[in-house]
Design a protein around this ligand. Sequence first.
Ligand SMILES: *Cc1c(COP(=O)(O)O)cnc(C)c1O
Length: 394
Amino acid sequence: MSNFEVDEYGYFGNYGGAFIPEMLYHNVEELRQKYAELINESSFQEQYHQLLSDYVGRPSPLYMAKHLSEKYNAKIYLKREDLNHTGAHKINNTIGQILLAERLGKKRIIAETGAGQHGVATATVCALRGLECVIYMGAVDIERQAPNVARMKMLGAEVVAAHSGSKTLKDATNEAMRDWINNPTDTFYIIGSVVGPHPYPDMVAKFQSVISKETKIQLLEKEGRENPDYVLACVGGGSNAMGMFYHYINEPSVRLIAVEAGGKGVKSGYSAATTQLGKEGILHGSKSIIMQTTDGQIIEPHSISAGLDYPGIGPQHAHLWDTKRAKYVSITDEESLEAGLLLTRQEGIIPALESAHALAYLEYMDLKSDEIVVVCLSGRGDKDLSTYANHFNF
Ligand SMILES: *Cc1c(COP(=O)(O)O)cnc(C)c1O
């Protein structure tokens, strides 16, 4: 076992743990005791992989981007999570968690969502498995993300508005926690990233690790080696990045680069560059690096991409950052928009603005022609079209 893995107390180095109210202790403890065993059962693995292949459409292609490669004078591969059902990597996790919920005998699913992407991925698997679904969403986000609200409702979910605080993601998370406390026996909480109390960060990373598992096989086929020189992924909470890093963490020749949202600039007051702006603290049940004031109030993050607009990172990322195993960088709103347009014009792929952050960092890399880079293209850009269109005046 490497020291990048979770320990028996739920820590990655100094980060992680389970800081939860007494009322949730039983739920989280049940999950902690059973998750590793359940997800390793052969019947679970079979069901999970069957759905990943027949429902999600995996394996997702590893695409060698010819024009980008020419531009950056290296071999640039894109791991095409944008081609998954529902258009992003999030479904890999929600499929895994709903199967786990079923095995634990839970009948009711709750989740929080910011932009609605995780809400849609959760409502989708609830429709698939016929389970009741309640999605908490900030009242402001409900206004801003009308198409995703309609999708969730069409899928049969109840969307509940959070009216407290800034009426955004963190308030929705508080409401979801409150619901869980009030319904501890029949309800399973599907968390959407590598955040939350142990075992969620480890569990979500394991469900997303299919990304790097496939990449190794695909790269071996295409290049005769499993390991690229670099892997890049954007980080909101950090689940697509953990999935992209997972099977490369113990391969020291592979450099891991995590791209945070710089927003309007790291020092502008409108940013979500957590490792640069944050400090150690507790958020959503675990100890990590979070953006907070000196007296511990959460600072409202900003990013043009709703999926990166989160004031923390998962505890395993905090550990990878702390130990310098991965490098954390940031890209501004403006740079991500340009990178999104570039990929569209060069390869005919409109990326999610989140994924465009990872692509934008290619501009800052000093690559050699025999080097191989894999970028996790976490999602497709349909949801961001009006943002692109407003910016570029289409
Ligand atoms: C939600 C989302 C992200 C950010 O979430 P992570 O947990 O950091 O991966 C990134 N890309 C897309 C397309 C998303 O929908």
